[in-house]
Design a binder for this molecule. Structure first.
Ligand code: PEP
Ligand code: MG
Length: 309
């Protein structure tokens, strides 16, 4: 059986045999960032920039955006931060970018698709992010939400680099993107799995609907198999893959994700210490063994039991 519940965490994400897995925070505001830093997060794996603008009647100026992002980045001076470009649409509509009424907003023009429609908005946001990186001293990377193809990933990476930002990545939260992870990784520097949306689109189950919550369980073996594909693509290409969906904050699942090849996990501040402690208690080989057991399980309950050993 795998040992559970280490008492302490030394603040450096790693397994007991020193395989590095960065333990990062998910943030959307300056107070989130402060909480993540205080909890010991080694950086930020997901800064949801759209949270700043849910009620904004018009597009904030580059200067306003730069100041808002700097306030979030400041607690992480000298540390890695992944800033996500606006994920507008579906469950997070922005007034100034609201699309035409759509019959299925979750399948409509959201995330990167909005940026493709409005490259000028993306360009101004990238300029503000590059400025905030300078002002805060954080080591900033940028990633796009809702990417479906390698072509979209390459389109985005080109714009990020043109803005003078060194590292460009994309989220893998559409099943097609998980299946094309190798081609996507060829176009960008890293990927990050959004397991909330990846589960929603894999099981065709609305993430906001309680009636289908059991399908949206991140322990579903079919979801773990998609994550395993991305882990293999990362190993093959030598580029990093992480998880920034809610799944990363489950201390037991964190071991499975590590065993599937994820090298960073990003979560709410409240989960940071427990995940760091959980990883410190097991070796990479133990993580790989529990990952294989969970992958082979017939359902989420069996996958959890298999991971407990
Ligand atoms: C996700 O989909 O898992 C994710 C991290 O992004 P969001 O929850 O903001 O859609
Ligand atoms: Mg998402």
């Amino acid at each position: 059986a795998v040992r559970e519940g280490a008492a302490e965490w030394n603040g450096v994400g790693a397994t007991a045999d020193d395989h590095r897995v960065k333990v990062l925070g998910n943030v959307g505001s300056p107070s989130d960032a402060k909480a993540a830093a205080e909890a010991g997060a080694e950086g930020v794996g997901l800064f949801r920039t759209e949270f700043s603008y849910l009620d904004a009647p018009s597009e904030p100026s580059v200067g306003e955006q730069r100041a808002a992002y700097t306030a979030v980045l400041e607690p992480f001076a000298g540390k890695p931060v992944i800033v996500r470009t606006l994920d507008a649409g579906a469950d997070k509509p922005l007034v100034f970018l609201s699309p035409q009424a759509e019959p299925n907003p979750a399948l409509g023009v959201r995330g990167l698709r909005v940026a493709v429609d409005r490259p000028d908005v993306l360009e101004r946001q990238l300029e503000a992010i590059a400025g905030a990186a300078e002002d805060s001293g954080a080591e900033v990377s940028v990633m796009a939400p809702m990417v479906a193809t390698a072509e979209e990933a390459a389109w985005f990476a080109e714009r990020v680099r043109a803005a003078g930002i060194a590292r460009a990545g994309v989220m893998i939260e559409i099943p097609a993107a998980a299946l094309a992870a190798e081609e996507i990784l060829a176009a960008v520097d890293f990927v990050s799995l959004g397991t909330n949306d990846l589960a929603q689109y894999t099981f065709a189950a609305d993430r906001q609907l309680g009636a289908v919550a059991s399908l949206n369980d991140p322990w579903q073996p079919a979801l773990l198999r998609l994550i395993a594909l991305v882990g293999s693509a990362a190993a093959k290409t030598g580029k990093p893959a992480g998880v920034c969906g809610e799944a990363a904050g489950d201390p037991l699942l964190a071991r499975v994700l590590t065993g599937l090849g994820m090298t960073s996990l990003s979560m709410n501040a409240a989960a940071v210490r427990a995940v760091g402690a959980s990883l410190a208690t097991v070796t990479l080989a133990e993580c790989e063994a529990v990952a294989q057991a969970a992958l082979a399980a017939p359902d989420p309950t069996a996958a959890r039991a298999a991971a407990r050993g």
